[in-house]
Ligand binder design. Structure first.
Ligand code: IFM
Length: 759
């Protein structure tokens, strides 16, 4: 097994229960299980989710990722004392998520209120080898005297999404002395879920089952001698389906057979198999750093772990939720986060997964076409938030004003149209990295043409040119503006790419071409001033500026909205998140390094970074501009969104996009990976306290290994590759070393590093 880091929950703390339940969640892309403790705490939110399993609970609700019946909870009673770390005394504590095999473990020594010490050890995982499989073990050892132990666990369907119940219980059953099964249907009857669980104890006990109030439970009572250990092993199989090819009874019987085979195999062997699957992921994807700050490697392992655990690589009918499979934030909906923040990791590590994510959009084109048509535009207008069907899922209204009883409309679904061009950008990025003509000929071109058609219809004749009016760019604090630079440039890129790929694949269409030429020559692209600053939109630069330092000090908390209304914020130069800087990041070939630096210097002081999608992008652009010290500071702030000390930052789930940005910050920032005009560029520069950085990289047919020690770049490629290294085009085959000094002295004939030094 590779020597991977572990993520640690430093101490039991009732305030951070939900943060750690999110960041230490187990997952395999098919299911996610929050790292809630076995025992209950009133503040603790349990959660188990299946990718793509959404349901709408009522007519005023939107579809949400269903929180399934709980299987991880165990009521533990020791000599009549309910085990809870809120009582008695916690004498020792260790809790870790091991990235190598995906196992979450906890070891506690607890003194009961009556003064007897017990050791409790638990472990669990969701299998990457058999996706519907999860397993747990709980071991209890009385340390002082013999103990009387009661255990109660099963399938608890009282679980809800904050009170919204999605499932009806169709049947509950037990089989032999160990196995129980619950069959559930979503209330709209479109999906069925079967949960089967076996519970075995390592010692004889008095045991029975009960089924009442949506809970089917297995009870055990036994006496354990001092120093002896009793272990409960629970193996769980969770399946769901939308089709009705099989009868419900057959579907449930098949699940029972799968569970029985796994239960016979046992926890240790099941974990070993899952660990082997994780091993393959690590070999394909792991970033390794030698840094005097050990938390840098932990952050990189954390990112790759969650990027794998959140991604439904097995099923292209679903995509990645904004909180992955770790919580109910944003109701499990899919945003532009997927194409812009998460896809790059897959593109350069597991391109087949990137393809599946794009196929999700392609499979949902009809919803996007319908949304465009409903709004009077041609082509495809992808929903700002989507779930299983590709329909718009953004809630119509945000929080209620409890004084007026009025609800504020959510404008994103109406105007945050850049998602259309973001999807097109991702299609092009995928083809550039893979040259997958089969995909481009079919799904890719259809996506490009439909999205381009939308923009051509969306643009308005004004001021003697084509303009795009009434949009929200990535900066969600600036609403309903004309000519948001990000949107216009990305829309232009979208249409230009459609034209280029139609020509490449012999799909020219005279009417489309004519329309596209008109769009490309007449669309207004906001121009940089003499310093290089691009206006964010038509009115942004005329708005007043205020000192944002106190809000920036609490980035992510939206404290500005405590002092100003949204309407007031809209009328000032205040950014929630990267906007023009985001544009500079996504289309590097369109902007000079000086322009990028100018936009960073201008917009960053005006950006609160209240979105988790902001700092990492600033970091990448800073790295490309050569400011490695700032890039590292931004990168660390990005890491802190989930792994920092704020006990509540991730209560409702991790920030999936920020996780992707950890990977991107390293590869696209410090390793300088850019794709410009379809060509791969690398220009590594390490933060001062990093000695080495290494990572695998997929580019077209080649599997590369990139390793840099600050002076020498080692490239090892399975196929010959042409790339641009520190500004110079080279060919690489097999294993070759390149001295940074040889390249950097030749850039502009000076002896400076491309991007300078951070010393
Ligand atoms: O997509 C983002 C958006 O850019 C900012 N608010 C949160 C969304 C989901 O992460």
């Amino acid at each position: 097994m590779l020597n991977l880091s572990v993520l640690t929950d430093p101490a039991f703390c009732p305030h951070s229960l939900n943060k750690f339940a999110s960041v230490m969640a187990c997952g395999n892309g098919y299911m996610g299980i929050r790292a809630a403790h076995e025992e209950d705490y009133t503040q603790q939110t349990r959660g188990m989710y299946l990718a793509g399993l959404y349901h709408r609970a009522g007519r005023n609700e939107t579809s949400e990722l269903v929180n399934l019946p709980d299987v991880m909870g165990i009521d533990i009673e020791l000599d009549g004392n309910p085990f809870s770390l809120m009582s008695g005394e916690c004498l020792s504590w260790q809790r870790e998520l091991a990235f190598a095999n995906g196992e979450l473990t906890r070891s506690v020594v607890w003194r009961t209120p009556a003064g007897k010490r017990y050791r409790l050890e638990s472990r669990r995982f969701a299998s990457l080898d058999q996706l519907p499989l999860a397993a747990l073990q709980l071991s209890i050892t009385p340390l002082d005297e013999a103990g009387h132990i009661l255990l109660k666990t099963g399938i608890d369907a009282t679980q809800t999404n904050s009170g919204r119940q999605h499932l009806d219980e169709a049947s509950v059953r037990v089989f032999d002395e160990h196995v129980m099964q619950g069959v559930y249907e979503t209330q709209d009857r479109t999906s069925e879920v079967v949960i089967t669980a076996s519970c075995r104890l390592s010692m004889l006990s008095e045991s029975c089952f009960t089924a009442k109030n949506r809970q089917i439970l297995n009870h055990h009572a036994l006496n354990v001698a001092t120093g002896d250990t009793v272990t409960l092993e629970k193996v769980i199989w969770v399946t769901h389906r939308r089709d009705r090819a099989l009868s419900q009874a057959t579907f449930a019987r098949n699940a029972l057979a799968e569970l029985t085979a796994c239960a016979t195999t046992g926890y240790t062997s099941l974990l070993e198999r899952s660990a082997r699957a994780w091993d393959r992921v690590w070999r394909d994807c792991r970033l390794t750093v030698t840094s005097s700050a050990p938390e840098d490697q932990i952050a990189m392992d954390y990112a790759v772990w969650h990027l794998t655990a959140m991604t439904p690589a097995h099923d292209e009918r679903c995509s990645i939720a904004a909180k992955g499979l770790t919580g109910e934030g944003y109701k499990g909906h899919v945003f532009w986060d997927t194409e812009i923040f998460l896809l790059p990791f897959h593109l350069f590590s597991r391109p087949d997964v990137a393809r599946g994510l794009l196929r999700y959009r392609w499979l949902n084109l009809s919803g996007a076409r319908e949304k465009a048509r409903r709004n009077g535009w041609p082509g495809a207008l992808f929903p700002w938030e989507s779930a299983a069907s590709g329909q718009e899922e953004t809630p119509e209204f945000a929080a209620i004003n409890i004084r007026t009883g009025m609800r504020q409309k959510v404008a994103s679904a109406l105007a945050e149209h850049h998602i259309v061009a973001d999807i097109a950008w991702a299609v092009v990025a995928y083809w550039q990295a893979t040259q997958d003509d089969a995909f481009m000929r079919n799904e890719g071109l259809t996506l490009l043409i439909e999205t381009a058609t939308f923009w051509m219809g969306r643009a308005t004749e004004a001021n003697g040119r084509l303009e795009i009016h009434d949009v929200i760019g990535p900066d969600e604090y600036t609403e309903h503006v004309n000519n948001n630079a990000y949107t216009n440039y990305l829309a232009w890129h979208n249409v230009a790419s459609a034209v280029a790929f139609m020509a490449r694949f012999g799909r020219e269409d005279p009417a489309f071409s004519q329309n596209a030429t008109r769009f490309l020559t007449r669309l207004w692209l906001p121009r940089a001033d003499e310093d290089g600053v691009i206006p964010q939109d038509d009115t942004f630069l005329s708005k007043p500026v205020i000192d944002l330092s106190r809000y920036k000090a609490h980035a992510g908390k939206q404290t500005i909205l405590l002092d100003y209304s949204r309407a007031e914020v809209n009328e000032m130069q205040i950014l929630k998140q990267a906007d023009v800087v985001m544009l500079n990041y996504l289309l590097p070939e369109r902007f000079t390094r000086e322009q990028c630096a100018a936009n960073l210097a201008f917009y960053e002081p005006r950006t609160i970074h209240d979105s988790s999608l902001s700092k990492a992008i600033h970091g990448i652009v800073a790295a490309r501009c050569g400011d490695i010290a700032s890039a590292y500071a931004f990168w660390r702030d990005g890491v802190a969104i989930d792994l920092g000390s704020d006990p509540h930052s991730s209560d409702e789930g991790i920030h999936a996009a920020a996780t992707g940005a950890i990977w991107s910050g390293v590869v696209q920032g410090f390793a300088g990976l850019q794709v410009m005009e379809g060509e791969l560029h690398l220009a590594p520069q390490l933060p001062a306290h990093w000695q080495t950085l290494a990572f695998p990289l997929r580019w077209r047919n080649a599997r590369l290994r990139v390793a840099f020690d600050g002076e020498t770049l080692n490239l090892d490629t399975s196929e010959p590759v042409t790339l641009t290294l520190w500004g110079k085009r080279i060919q690489v085959s097999g294993q070759q070393k390149f001295a940074a000094a040889d390249f950097l002295t030749s850039v502009n004939g000076t002896a400076t590093r491309e991007g300078g030094d951070d010393a």
